[in-house]
Design a protein around this ligand. Structure first.
Ligand code: N01
Length: 598
């Protein structure tokens, strides 16, 4: 069937192609196709930013609050607590500094992919001005450190320290926190902010460990080998053949600088990314300085409203992502006015058709251009944006090795094998992503034992069960900042802002009112999980038909992760739940709560 408005598009054929491409990529091993950077592969986890760990004696301490993780979640929670004049906070962080994602991800070309004026926190409070609409990672990292200095968070922070176990002591009403450095810390409250994309993964390809050249994950970029820094200048790649595996948001950011410096670059592609216009530009300083007080909150909300399908008078961000969401919002209105689903589906296919035509317009070699065209529904994967990724395929030193959906066959001591051909390489870069919404204990590496000696692993053996994605019954005074059963904004910073405020307000409430222990009842948790499952239905059904990715558990969701979904009502409704609970002085929560006065 063709369409009268766009006569050259055969929508049915495209739908069929989407299904075929998905089926090519579905694998029985699903998430099992990946390895974590532990055991045999722990050398991949070494911190290239601080190769030697500093020495210190184990710490024995009693503290009000332990925060695990110094990325956005941990940092913002600590800031909110400081604003309540809570001073006794110990932050435990695996890296050698604050920053989380922005500490670890220093690959060349790294930038935020949501506009920096709404993604980088606390611009108004710190006076920090991002230099571009999509700021470089190094700037965002600096802003994290600036926030930490401004709120005096370095004081009691323990860096290069991995939290291993948390055990609740019923008698003292405290958590006993133990780390890999022999620290023992007793804390009234623990906030686990171990990150959303913090557990890197490698593909389980035979031979990885036997490769004799340099190889590393993008979140552990080896500048000692490549030379240069996040700005490029990768002079160590002169005369080198480099293979990059992965074409997600990371791959499309790091490929252009590598292409500029390596003698030969082979990009191994399993699924082409959708790559739309980025439109990055320097910040207009006079515009930035003219913004009225309170602009940041308003702008952050403007984006979340658009991306939640709530039309606004103005689109303050006005970029490819917000334009996309404006279209989606218009579609939601059309749907409510009874426009046929078929028509809406066509609009969605046309959107991706624009992306495919952009590939044709930029990439000169027809076979390469064809292989770079994505065939899946737009929101099946995190949309990609770049002004220089597709252009690299016009360079003579760049070869796209399209694996036809199969991925790499094996790694040999000399290189990578695809389709029976060995590509000899000096270096392999794994841009293969992170665990996402899988098992909390596996991703965080934490062993947590709550009331009655019950472990969190056991408690969640049939899936995560939370209230607001942050608390669970049987684990008093423990807050988990994650996206599971929480409202997920496209702008992670907005979710982190709201979660951190909620957690800090609740902890402050407990400290002020001498509430010894707070935890939701099993009934409250059951109700929230039920609501999450009910509301996440449409999104789950959409993703079940998608090409495999981390967003749909590689198309093969394990039964124990059945409940691992974001709160399906969207970020705005989620924020309202948090606000309402705070507004009634946590009464609702505390009524349904095991409530012990110290
Ligand atoms: O990881 P990904 P990412 N053979 O999982 C491929 C955030 N982020 O690090 O598509 C060959 O998206 C895999 O192929 P396929 C952002 O939210 C933010 O890029 O599964 N290839 C895919 O191409 C993002 O969504 C920012 O077929 C193999 C790639 O590896 C999230 O992090 C920057 C393979 C993994 O892509 C994750 O992005 C970067 C194999 N055997 C990231 N196995 C900023 O905001 C896997 N792949 C700056």
């Amino acid at each position: 069937m063709t369409d009268s408005v766009t006569p050259d598009i055969d929508f049915d054929a495209l739908e069929k192609r989407y299904t075929e491409e998905r089926e090519k990529r579905l694998r029985a091993d699903g998430l099992g196709q990946y390895l974590s950077l532990s055991g045999t592969f722990s050398s991949f986890d070494a911190d290239p930013n601080a190769p030697t760990a500093f020495e210190r004696e184990p710490v024995e301490r009693r503290t009000d609050i332990v925060i695990i993780g110094g990325g956005y979640g941990g940092l913002l929670t600590a800031v909110q607590l400081r604003k309540h004049n809570v001073t006794d906070i110990t932050i435990i962080e695996k890296g050698a500094d604050f920053g989380g994602t922005w500490y670890w991800n220093r690959y060349p070309g790294v930038r935020c992919d949501v506009e920096s004026y709404i993604y980088v926190p606390m611009l108004e409070e710190t006076g920090f001005v991002p230099s571009e609409k999509y700021a470089k990672g190094a700037e965002i990292y600096e802003q994290c450190r600036l926030i930490a200095r401004k709120f005096d968070l370095y004081r009691d922070a323990l860096f290069q320290t991995i939290t291993k176990t948390l055990a609740w002591n019923e008698t003292t009403q405290r958590w006993l926190v133990r780390t890999n450095r022999g620290d023992t810390i007793e804390a009234r409250f623990v906030v686990s902010a171990t990150g959303v994309y913090s557990s890197p993964k490698l593909p389980k390809i035979p031979g990885i460990e036997a490769f004799e050249g340099a190889s590393f994950h993008t979140s552990r970029w080896d500048y000692a080998f490549t030379g240069g820094d996040t700005d490029g200048n990768l002079t160590g790649l002169k005369g080198k053949k480099v293979g990059v595996i992965g074409t997600g948001s990371t791959g499309i950011q790091c490929v252009p600088p590598v292409a500029e410096y390596a003698d030969e670059l082979y990009l191994f592609q399993r699924t082409p990314a959708s790559v739309d216009i980025r439109g990055n530009r320097p910040t207009d300083i006079s515009w930035f300085k003219s913004l009225p007080s309170g602009w940041e909150t308003e702008r952050v909300m403007n984006f979340t409203l658009w991306t939640s399908g709530v039309p606004q008078v103005e689109d303050m961000i006005d970029d490819s992502m917000s334009n996309l969401c404006r279209e989606t919002a218009a579609q939601a209105v059309a749907r409510s006015e009874g426009v046929d689903e078929d028509e809406l589906n066509k609009a969605e296919i046309l959107r991706m058709e624009r992306v495919r035509r952009r590939v044709e317009a930029i990439v000169k070699d027809k076979t390469t251009a064809e292989a770079l065209k994505p065939y899946f529904h737009y929101f099946c994967k995190r949309p990609g944006f770049s002004d220089d990724y597709l252009q690299v395929f016009n360079r003579r030193n760049v070869t796209l090795v399209d694996t036809g959906g199969n991925g790499i066959e094996k790694v040999t001591p000399r290189g990578i094998v695809v389709g029976g051909r060995e590509y000899e390489l000096d270096c392999i870069v794994y841009a293969t992503g992170f665990d996402f919404m899988t098992s909390f204990t596996r991703e965080s590496g934490l062993s947590i034992v709550g009331t009655g000696g019950r472990s969190l692993e056991e408690h969640w053996s049939h899936g995560a069960k939370t209230l607001f994605g942050m608390q669970t019954n049987g684990f008093p005074n423990l807050f988990l900042l994650s996206m599971v059963q929480a409202g997920m904004s496209v702008n992670y910073r907005h979710s982190a802002d709201e979660q951190s405020k909620y957690v800090a307000d609740l902890i402050f409430h407990c400290l002020k009112n001498e509430v010894g222990a707070v935890e939701p009842t099993a009934e409250a948790v059951e109700e929230w999980v039920g609501l999450c499952m009910e509301l996440s239905g449409p999104n789950r059904r959409f993703h079940e038909k998608c090409t495999p990715s981390y967003l749909n558990f590689e198309g093969n969701r394990p039964p124990e992760l059945e409940l691992n979904a974001p709160f399906g009502g969207g970020p705005l409704a989620y924020f309202e739940y948090l606000e309402k609970t705070k507004a009634d002085g946590f009464k609702g929560l505390l009524e349904f709560t095991r409530h012990v006065v110290k």
